[in-house]
Design a protein around this ligand. Structure first.
Ligand code: ARG
Ligand code: GLU
Length: 711
């Protein structure tokens, strides 16, 4: 009986300690540190973030602004996802050197491939500047007055903040603009491709397996940071040297098992955890479905054409992945919200909020918020849908329409200001070149017919594909020859341009202004709602929404039950790759060499104690887009996994984290090393890394909390 009671307490505690959250690394001391240690962590807040000594954060880099990467050797070797390096791998690929299909491994520094425009940015320090940023802001100001004063305030801080010449500073809003933080950063711009597995490993399972478990994807690629002679950020130069990091992550060969502590450290992009019920309902019932339909219509054509031709497959690989990824995620979000009854739950929470308002006598101050949301969303919904549908058609799926959109922007700019003609031509030329680099007119025509049929069913004219100059780069560029008047005349005489112009004009003249006008009061009310929540229900757990800044999220390795009678184990193995193998299939083919290694059980030091090679594992870490490539770190600060995805039913965690079904998916680092070593034969990379056995040594070490480092 007593045992049961203790067990019960334990269970309750476990659940309450796993409510998600993406925390600011400089503020972990206290609540987060305690919670992490109760989940099994032996790390202190200073081990994770320290301004005076090197700490884990020094190994974590924002990869090109959209993903995360981590340093894993003292020579600037960096690990991120295959899908994060996908654009770079694709750009070095051709029919002769098909790195997408065959993989790529630099066998020495000279073979590493530079990537124009690619950067990795580290956080030097984080500072709360809320007080200065919000100085002199008063309740009576209009939203515009508030925003302009805040940006004046933050600009003043940025100007005078102490930093080294090679560093940058920026500020970001937190808690919907209730707090502001300043970041000192270092951005490295000479980043070279070191290695990538073939797509059949790095993207194994492709769209069918994307966002789902059981998963068997080796979603990793490797880069190297190069620095100047002083080890500082520099543009590409052949004289640059491998970067010597302040910290790099040792890699554990002992792996994880269910219940083990993990923390994911990275740059989550965007979440909206504090939306009112009416917003969640709008997004999942009205907004998502139309955008899902547009992407589905586009993918039908793209997928088919990519299967028919290798040339088209290489050209459209990145674009297809981008379109398919959110398409499938939105379906998962809708599923999860429905299944977890999130809208109802949020209404119940709102009733609690309203009751507390009354009890605390704050009705006067905040009582209008929820009914105001209802009114604003009702008004906003139709324009929000139309606005996004336009973007999906003109900027996401269809390239001919995208070219006309860009041309329209330049035409309008020239009409307003003829002196910028040359600059306008230059910009548009660059845009047309970059679209044409990966363009197939036949594919695009099919996409056009499908998506336009949804956007404006009575106005689909695919004859323009036979008449327009835009489908061929040379003839498109000819439209830009001559003086302003000629360029404008040429554009307007083009069949596609003439077709698209009124639709684009409608976007700029009515759709977009109306969207902005109706969105602004919602944003302002959301700021006020956040203030109200923290004042009215101060004991709830508040973490700031993701905003592409460095965050810590933590949890444990755990399976989950997505449906009645179904339970997913938290770890998948190489055996599962072989189970899924479909020879010659574009999603589930397996390289012969991997099959050979499997059959010979040639696993080196990378097998689990059960003799199998682990591939992926699940955790309760609260992650989102941008966390791709983030390290999963064990209780002692070693790298055990590489975050790359979430489970389908849990993708709603961007609005509603539910510890029952929200799981992040990580590649086991032992699979990464197995592929690098045994599959690719890149032993020299393994030699650069520091491999450790924290569990095997555990018995020798004293157990228990590590004390904070004293300075
Ligand atoms: N779902 C993961 C993410 O959001 C992986 C995406 C990789 N792309 C794909 N189409 N499989 O980035
Ligand atoms: N694959 C996502 C990314 O690119 C991470 C998965 C997620 O959204 O959690 O960041």
């Amino acid at each position: 009986m007593r045992f049961l009671k203790i067990l019960f307490l334990f269970v309750v505690f476990q659940v309450s300690a796993q409510q998600g959250g993406m925390w600011i690394p400089s503020l972990l001391e206290g609540m987060n540190e305690d919670e992490m240690q109760s989940l099994g962590s032996k790390l202190t807040a200073q081990d994770i973030y320290d301004v005076n000594n090197s700490s884990l954060k020094d190994a974590i880099g924002h990869f090109n602004g959209g993903c995360t990467s981590e340093v894993i050797s003292d020579q600037g070797l960096v690990l991120t996802n295959h899908h994060c390096g996908f654009g770079q791998i694709q750009s070095h690929s051709s029919l002769e050197n098909d790195y997408l299909k065959d993989g790529f491994w630099a066998m020495n520094l000279e073979d590493e491939l530079p990537n124009e425009g690619l950067y990795i940015e580290f956080i030097v320090s984080i500072h709360d500047v809320s007080e200065v940023a919000l100085k002199s802001i008063t309740e009576t100001m209009t939203e515009t007055e508030k925003q302009s004063l805040i940006s004046k305030n933050t600009n003043a801080v940025l100007k005078t903040w102490p930093k080294e010449s090679w560093q940058d500073v920026k500020t970001k809003a937190f808690y919907e603009g209730n707090q502001y933080f300043l970041f000192v950063t270092e951005r490295f711009e000479d980043i070279r491709l070191v290695g990538a597995p073939p797509t059949s490993i790095g993207k194994f399972g492709s769209d069918t397996d994307n966002w789902v478990f059981p998963r068997h994807t080796g979603d990793f690629s490797m880069f190297r940071i190069y620095a100047d002679a002083n080890n500082r950020p520099a543009k590409y130069s052949k004289d640059n040297k491998p970067y010597k990091p302040k910290h790099y992550l040792p890699i554990s060969l002992d792996g994880v098992e269910e219940g083990d502590f993990t923390m994911v450290f990275g740059f989550p992009g965007t979440t909206s955890e504090y939306l009112p019920a009416v917003a969640i309902e709008h997004i999942t019932k009205e907004f998502n479905p139309t955008n899902i339909a547009i992407r589905e219509a586009a993918l039908k054509v793209i997928d088919q054409k990519m299967k028919e031709s290798d040339d088209v497959r290489i050209k459209y690989a990145s674009k297809q992945a981008r379109i398919a990824n959110s398409w499938k995620r939105w379906i998962g979000v809708n599923l999860g919200i429905e299944k977890s009854n999130a809208v109802e739950q949020r209404r119940t929470f709102e009733a609690t909020f309203t009751k507390a308002l009354k009890e605390k006598g704050l009705e006067e101050k905040y009582g209008h918020i929820l009914s105001e949301f209802d009114k604003l969303y009702k008004d906003f919904a139709p324009i929000n849908i139309k606005h996004r549908n336009f973007i999906e058609v003109f900027l996401t799926t269809n390239e001919l329409m995208q070219m006309t959109f860009r041309a329209y922007q330049v035409e309008q700019a020239i009409i307003d200001n003829p002196e910028i003609l040359e600059r306008g031509k230059e910009v548009l030329t660059g845009q047309l070149q970059s679209i044409h680099k990966n363009f197939d007119s036949d594919l695009d025509k099919g996409v056009f017919e499908n998506v336009m049929n949804i956007y404006q069913p009575n106005n689909v004219n695919s004859l323009i594909y036979g008449e327009t100059a835009f489908t061929n780069l040379d003839s498109a560029l000819q439209l830009l020859e001559g003086d302003a008047e000629t360029v404008i005349k040429n554009l307007n005489n083009d069949a596609a341009y003439a077709y698209a112009k009124p639709i684009i004009a409608e976007f700029f003249n009515t759709l977009n202004p109306e969207y902005q006008e109706k969105n602004a009061p919602i944003t302002a009310l959301q700021t006020q709602y956040m203030t109200a929540l923290m004042e009215v229900l101060p004991n709830e757990r508040y973490f700031p929404d993701a905003n592409s800044t460095l965050r810590v999220t933590y949890g444990q390795v755990r399976g989950y039950s997505p449906r009645d009678a179904v339970y997913y184990e938290p770890v998948s193995y190489l055996d599962g790759v072989i189970e899924k193998y479909i020879p010659g299939d574009y999603e589930f083919d397996v390289p012969q060499k991997l099959i050979d290694l499997y059959e010979a059980k040639d696993y080196g030091q990378y097998a689990d104690s059960n003799g199998k090679v682990p591939v992926c594992f699940l955790g309760t870490n609260h992650t989102t887009g941008g966390n791709s490539g983030s390290p999963a770190i064990d209780a002692e600060g070693n790298l055990v996994g590489l975050n790359f995805d979430r489970v389908w039913e849990g993708t709603m965690s961007d609005m509603n984290y539910d510890p029952e079904i929200c799981r992040n998916i990580m590649v086991d680092l032992r699979y990464v090393l197995f592929i690098v070593d045994k599959y690719a034969g890149a032993q020299h990379l393994i030699d650069e890394m520091t491999l450790v056995h924290p569990k095997k040594n555990d018995s020798k070490k004293k157990k228990g909390r590590r004390k904070s480092k004293k300075k």
